[in-house]
Design a binder for this molecule. Sequence first.
Ligand SMILES: CC(C)(COP(=O)(O)OP(=O)(O)OC[C@H]1O[C@@H](n2cnc3c(N)ncnc32)[C@H](O)[C@@H]1OP(=O)(O)O)[C@@H](O)C(=O)NCCC(=O)NCCS
Length: 191
Amino acid sequence: MLPQDLRLARADDFTALAAITNHYIRTTAIHFGIDDVTADELRTTWLQHQDVYPWLCATEGSEVVGYAKAGVWRSRPAYRWITETGIYLRNDRCGRGLGTRLYRALLGVLRAQGFHAAIGGIALPNAASVALHERLGFVASGRIPRAGRKFDRWHDVGFWFLGLQPSEHVPTDVQTPERVVAMGCIGQFKV
Ligand SMILES: CC(C)(COP(=O)(O)OP(=O)(O)OC[C@H]1O[C@@H](n2cnc3c(N)ncnc32)[C@H](O)[C@@H]1OP(=O)(O)O)[C@@H](O)C(=O)NCCC(=O)NCCS
């Protein structure tokens, strides 16, 4: 079961998700975007793969204060059991354990769906994100030097890998996020 304050994203969440994201686009190189992302752009990305890749929201009452998402790692069919994950909290909600809870829940959904691995790409430096990924068992798996340039500085991007299934796991069709959440069959994701 998902904790009460975490749920799958809905179509009317994307104004809040865009506002959370745009803070980091405008003020940091954590996100390589230069122009603000619109709610429609984010919603379109979500809608394209809604049946496969979960986006989870963290809420306080009716307010969305963070989100964690999964998406396409690479598009060729043989890659379909691996996913790239990401997470953004409202900046005034960082550093209180929420990121760990939300990301852990996302990984639990992905595991229950049948994904075999997750990859986190991190624009460096980002001490909080590196600590979050490593706390949840992700292992540093490569680094691209000077992958992006923002605010007149080059930034490396590192990739962190997490296996979600035992190595002998035989992949089956990936279940929809709605199905695994509705059936409450999200195992506790423990490292
Ligand atoms: C990265 C992020 C999701 C982490 O969530 P969080 O709720 O702030 O983190 P938590 O409180 O759950 O702590 C997770 C780990 O990060 C560490 N951490 C948190 N903030 C930190 C900071 N500012 N600097 C260094 N480490 C930090 C914690 O100590 C903890 O590590 P530990 O278990 O080894 O002690 C959140 O800070 C965030 O949204 N940051 C901005 C967006 C971002 O960087 N997204 C990731 C893009 S790749």
